[in-house]
Design a protein around this ligand. Structure first.
Ligand SMILES: NC(=O)c1ccc[n+]([C@@H]2O[C@H](COP(=O)([O-])OP(=O)(O)OC[C@H]3O[C@@H](n4cnc5c(N)ncnc54)[C@H](OP(=O)(O)O)[C@@H]3O)[C@@H](O)[C@H]2O)c1
Length: 345
C-alpha cells in the first residue's frame, strides 16, 4: 500500500503531541513536516515526553508554518481555534487536504459562527469544508478541509445519536459533560492546585459544543428535540464522561433502546456498547485509546445514556487519524489499536 506523507500544524501542543505519537507507529502515514512557532529548529522528540528515551525519528525538527513546502499529501491541523483561517490559503497552496481538529470549519452559518466562533469568522477564508464524524457522516472526497467534531460534542452525540436516529425520545434532553484538564490545552492558566480535589462548572448552557449536538439532533430526528448542555471540570488529566437524560416516547421500552444502540454501533470498530449500564462506560478503560464506551439505563419512561472517551485521542488526534484512514481507503483502525487497551486498575 502507498505511504502518504503528512504534516502536523500545532505539533508542540497536547493534541499535536498525540498526533505525532500515534502517527509514529502508523504503517502508511509518515510525518514529514511538523510546525511550532516557538520551537522551530528543535528536534520534535525532545519536546514530547513519550520520546524522551525512545527515538523514532531523531532528525525531524519543528519548522515554522511559513516553511511549509509541497511535500505533504495531507495535513492534520491542531492549532487553536481562530488560527487556521488566517493561514488557510497558504496551507492549501501546499497540500490537497486538511484534517482540522479545531472548531473553525464546523459551521458555515454566520450566525452560529458569530455567537460561538467569532475568532474563526473574523479571518474566515472561503473553504470547501465538511463536518465529519467517522461513525455518522459520509465522506466528501472534494472537501479541502475536513473538520472534526469537538471532543465533548462528539461524546454527547454518541450518547443521543441512536435515540434520535430511531425516534425514541421527545421533548428535552439534558446533557452534561465532565472533562479532564488536558482539554484546555497546554497553555491553560488553570493551575494543578486549582484542579485537584475539585469539581466545578466549566460552562452552563452557552458552551460552543452545543450547536454541534443540536445540529446532529436536528439532522437525524424526525421530531424536534431540545438540547441543554453544560460542561464541568474534572480532577483528571484526560477523559470525558457524558450523561444525557432524555424522555422516551410512551410506546418505547428498554428493548427498543437496546436495539437502537446495537444497530447504530454494531459495525463501528471504535464504539463499544455495554447495554444496560453496569458498570457501563468508564474513563479509566478508555484512557490512552481511540474507543468510545456507550451504555444506558432505562427506568419509568426515561433514559440515561452514558459515554466515555479519551479527549486527546477519540476526542481529537485518534479521531482525526481514523477519519484520514477512511478518506484514504486504509482500514479504519490502522495505527489506532494501542497497547493501553484494557489496562486496569
Ligand atoms: N485538548 C483537547 O482535548 C482537544 C480536544 C479536541 C479538540 N481540540 C482542539 O485542538 C486544537 C489544539 O488543542 P491543544 O489542546 O493541543 O492546544 P495546545 O496544547 O495549546 O497547543 C496548540 C499549539 O498551537 C500552537 N500555536 C498557538 N498559537 C499559534 C499561532 N498563533 N500560530 C501558530 N501556532 C500557534 C502552539 O505551539 P507553538 O507556540 O509551539 O507554535 C501550541 O503548541 C485546539 O483547536 C483545540 O480546540 C483539543
Amino acid at each position: 500500500m502507498k505511504t502518504y506523507k503528512v504534516g502536523i500544524l500545532g505539533g508542540n501542543g497536547f493534541v499535536g503531541g498525540e498526533l505525532y505519537r500515534l502517527l509514529s507507529a502508523h504503517p502508511y502515514f509518515e510525518v514529514v513536516f511538523i510546525s511550532s512557532e516557538s520551537k522551530a529548529g528543535i528536534p520534535v522528540e525532545k519536546t514530547h515526553k513519550a520520546f524522551l528515551y525512545r527515538k523514532v525519528n531523531p532528525k525531524l525538527t519543528y519548522q515554522k508554518m511559513a516553511d511549509l513546502t509541497d511535500e505533504c499529501d495531507f495535513i492534520f491541523s491542531a492549532l487553536p481555534t481562530g488560527i487556521l483561517p488566517r493561514h488557510l490559503s497558504d496551507v492549501l497552496d501546499h497540500t490537497k487536504q486538511i484534517f482540522n481538529i479545531s472548531g473553525d470549519y464546523r459551521f458555515t452559518d454566520n450566525n452560529v459562527l458569530e455567537r460561538y466562533y467569532p475568532a474563526s469568522l473574523a479571518t474566515s477564508v472561503q473553504a470547501e469544508s465538511h463536518y465529519y464524524i467517522p461513525e455518522i457522516s459520509t465522506v466528501d472526497p472534494n472537501a479541502k478541509v475536513i473538520n472534526l467534531p469537538g471532543c465533548m460534542a462528539v461524546a454527547s452525540i454518541y450518547a443521543i445519536y441512536p435515540l434520535v436516529l430511531h425516534s425514541l425520545i421527545e421533548g428535552h434532553v439534558f446533557i452534561d459533560a465532565k472533562t479532564g484538564s488536558s482539554g484546555a490545552g497546554k497553555s491553560s492558566k488553570e493551575t494543578h492546585a486549582d484542579r485537584v480535589n475539585n469539581f466545578r462548572l466549566h460552562k452552563g448552557f452557552e458552551h460552543r459544543h452545543l450547536p454541534e449536538i443540536d445540529h446532529i439532533a436536528k439532522t437525524y430526528s424526525e421530531h424536534p428535540v431540545d438540547i441543554s448542555f453544560a460542561a464541568f471540570s474534572l480532577d483528571v488529566a484526560r477523559g470525558i464522561f457524558v450523561s444525557a437524560y432524555s424522555v422516551l416516547k410512551p410506546s418505547v421500552d428498554e428493548s427498543d433502546v437496546k436495539k437502537a444502540f446495537f444497530q447504530a454501533y454494531k459495525s463501528k470498530p471504535f464504539i463499544r456498547y455495554s447495554g444496560q449500564a453496569s458498570p457501563g462506560p468508564m474513563i479509566k478503560t478508555v484512557h490512552g485509546t481511540n474507543y468510545a464506551e456507550t451504555g444506558f439505563v432505562v427506568r419509568d419512561g426515561k433514559c440515561l445514556s452514558l459515554v466515555s472517551i479519551d479527549n486527546l485521542i477519540k476526542g481529537a488526534a485518534g479521531q482525526a487519524i481514523q477519519a484520514a484512514n477512511i478518506y484514504y481507503g486504509i482500514p479504519e483502525s490502522t495505527g489506532l489499536t494501542t497497547e493501553s487497551e484494557g489496562i486496569w486498575p
